[in-house]
Design a protein around this ligand. Sequence first.
Ligand code: GLC
Length: 803
Amino acid sequence: MKYGYFNDETKEYVITNPKTPTKWINYVGNLKFGGFVDQTGGSLICKGDPALNRIVKYLPQLPNYEFNGETTYIRVKENDSYTIFSPYFVPTLDKYDLYECRVGLGYSKYVSEIHGIRTEVTVFVPDNEPRLIRDITVTNLRKTHVELDIIPVVEYTHFDALKQFTNADWVPQTMQSRLVEENDGLKVLTQYAFMNRDTRINYFTSNYPVSSFESDRKLFLGENEFGTWAKPQSLLKDELSNYESHRGDNIAALMHHLGELAPGEQKRIITQLGQGSNISEEKAAIQKYRNEKNVDDAFNNLASFWETYLSKLQVETPDEQMNTLLNIHNPRQCYITKNWSRDLSLYQLGFGGRGIGFRDSSQDVLGVIPNYPEDARELIEKLLHTQKRDGSAMHQFFASTMEANEGDSRERPDRPDYYGDDHLWIVQSVCSYVKETGNTDFLNKVIPFYDKDTSGNTIESGTVLEHIRRSVEFTKNDTGAHGLPLLGFADWNDTINLPTGAESFINAHLYGKALQELIELMTFMGDKESADTYETWYAEMKEVVNNVGWDGEWYIRYFDYNGEPLGSHKNEHGQIYVNGQTWATIAGFATEDRAKTALDSVYRILNTKNGIKLSAPGFNGFDPDKGGITTYPPGAKENGGIFLHTNPWAMIAETIVGNGDRAFEYYSQVNPVYKNDKIDEYEIEPYVYPQNILGDEHPQFGLGRNSWLSGTSSWMYQAGTKYILGIMAAYDGLIINPCIPKEWDGFKATKYFRNATYEIEVRNKNHINKGVKSISVDGEVIQGNKAPIFNDGQVHKVIVEME
Ligand code: GLC
């Protein structure tokens, strides 16, 4: 069954049936102010910190039919009674003649037709504004006049996300609502709440006269809350009660009488949900967004942001689904994931401690660098602020305070308190930024290390280059019995937490990849001595990996504290791990033969029609020695699930060994656009990648989980653009080295790079996977597969002939 379709012209996914199997969401605004809206108009909005400053009450666990956060009611006066419906399906569950939720870039637009009334609502957050706009237009489609009322409603929450669950008496006693009267019947309904002797003021208002309001949920629903959101008793009366709540479950409902609409007539109402510390200071901004033209301008600004963002790379391949993804949805997801880290989604904790992860964000920025490098750089700087002097990193931090902590390792004092991989990822991020922009000055920027003295002052600072040198130095000096890097509390796989002394192969591979990056950078900067040192370190680790890591048909994944291998044919469970194979190849540690053998083992043992499993076979039952992985049933999450984040690494590894057919097979089998026809199995949004899909050891094989905020997005974008299409920024030019399916005749791409536009055409006349015969730039054949840097603001034609 289908629930919608892709409209590439408008760059939207159009949901046509609101009864999607799970909530399908879209993000509005950013961490400064914003959140998400779902396919039935509900919203979860926060300001600054999703854990400590939530505005609306949205409980993802509630059944889909339940009111969540916000809705709007429309009333048609027929004779002496009211026909009541909502333009969002929830909570009134109406039968529409037309229903659409258009999931757009930074906005969602809801279009519905019912009872001869067409309603269009565009929901978005203007750039850098602490307000959510709902721009509502109603049209009378009837042949007769109609009398309409519009009643938008918000349910507030306590600012502290966890408090809404506690039901402690003091919580609602701190929440109060007040009406702020204004001229011409325009009204602002505010909600105050107090927390730790601090207060913030949420407000809800519109640009149309309000005849009455309600701020108490009990009164709005009526009958002591036996009135329902589907049929609030208060809406059966002409007016709301105008009650200013002094405690309790606060809502804001505003009654607008639109009066009579003639056939074909339209009316427009704009609501604002915002937050400030003092309402009188907000008045000017509120007034601004009551003006239709200002709202139109703000919406157009949003559109032009996205146009610029997406214009940095546009592709035209023979695969329509790949184009849809690479031109619109995948880069959008990269930006959203970079913005929100793992802070707020239907599935992420959002409160209670995650914050921004060092490992996760270091990878997320890689997906944003080609499109918005300076924005990515800002996050890279924040991350570097939480790196320690010894080169390791704090596991996560809170953007609002820059306070960092050691993540889940805090729960296990018997285990190491650092993660063996975190600090290695940032080397790739820094180098990727410099390659994209050429901004080598950034390497000289001085940034403090996280360590503080007893008065809270920085102890030491270092340049960005010094920071990334320390990353590899930490791992160089943090090795175990075999000479491999220690695991720490965990490596990329958070759920394997072995006692101290365990060694990790992915840490070795990430160290190798970081060294490769540093060798390239040092060579470019002319520092041969450093490049040589890193070469030596690289060769040493490569030797260790190959001496102790080969299991016969693949590389093993860990040595535990006793020196026993995990990820070996000797194990009963978890015999083979995909990351052990892909990263050995990406780091260049695997010899050519071993890389091919290991990747063939992945294909044979771990690949399924719905994606590659993280490992196999799954553990069956809890094993305290292995840790979190054994808490999942076989086939779920890290325990043999299709942990999608790892799949693009397999694609990248396949392109490195030149197997473009398999890389593309892997790419297509998880392309969410194809899932549009399989939603009953897949369930989640087909316009974003999820973090995981249940594997074939699980009865719900193929079910997608944890959509939106996942490292999958950044790596899929990189796998698709840099490795399959092969368009990759380098320090001294733009590499074009595709590894595509043999059957492709070629493809086209337009890439913005260092102040010039490269119009690239790849021709694959001999139908091969990989290998560039010649490149001509503006009609002249050049050596190698790297187009030069132009920096001239012009368009250049690049024609690539494959061998
Ligand atoms: C989650 C975490 C990420 C980790 C992965 C595998 O996605 O956010 O940091 O690498 O799980 O355990």
